[in-house]
Design a protein around this ligand. Sequence first.
Ligand SMILES: C[S@@+](CC[C@H](N)C(=O)[O-])C[C@H]1O[C@@H](n2cnc3c(N)ncnc32)[C@H](O)[C@@H]1O
Length: 227
Amino acid sequence: MHLAVTASPVYPIILAHLKTATISGDDQDAGPFLLDLGCCMGQTMRAVIHDGVPTSRVYGLDVNDEFIEVGYDLFQDRDRIASQFVIGDILSPSASTDFALSKVRNRMDYIWAGSVIHLFDYEGQVRLSKRIVEILLRGKKGNVIFGRQVGHINPGEMAHNAVVSATMYRHDERTWRELWDKVGHETGTKWKVEVWMKPIESKDWKSASWAIGAEGARELGFVMTLE
Ligand SMILES: C[S@@+](CC[C@H](N)C(=O)[O-])C[C@H]1O[C@@H](n2cnc3c(N)ncnc32)[C@H](O)[C@@H]1O
């Protein structure tokens, strides 16, 4: 299994904090907490827990509960981890979403966003990124959003029949910084943005439909830190 989270340059620092932060008194709610956004089967969450982070500090959020069920079957750990999953649509501002998200609402210190922001067109990415900032993060200096997704040497909207918005906006480093300038401006936050592109190495990604013939496709990695 390809676990991109462990390759992120910021992972050792985040891991150390999640593992060693002491809880003041009996306050289990104090965190720090990491959210695996668009967690799918929850493989990233489980990798972080396997690396020594207490299960109670790691959450997964996905709109599709079928993926989460497949994860329980695959890892045979429903009894140990089920309380850490949240099923909900991060983009939907409804009462039921509000209820579903209450476990993670404005409590997260670290958000892993693996192959999720890129699922949307530019406007969708702005909306999603603003929701991450406004709904999920604690909003403290040093909060981090990190991840990786598909980028492109010629950024822009690219048609894709498997996504809701019909196009996925693929970024290069410049447009990613611009996106986060906009998100920062519209949410009243300021972000240190680290972003890089590298050749796609994942075999899964190379065989994916969107990669075929896409010579300009790259892996886009990012770390945004709240200032
Ligand atoms: C391509 S998968 C990425 C899975 C995993 N994070 C990874 O890096 O391999 C995208 C995931 O995001 C979830 N997702 C898409 N839109 C979402 C939304 N609005 N709210 C919550 N999850 C969403 C999908 O159900 C899917 O599991």
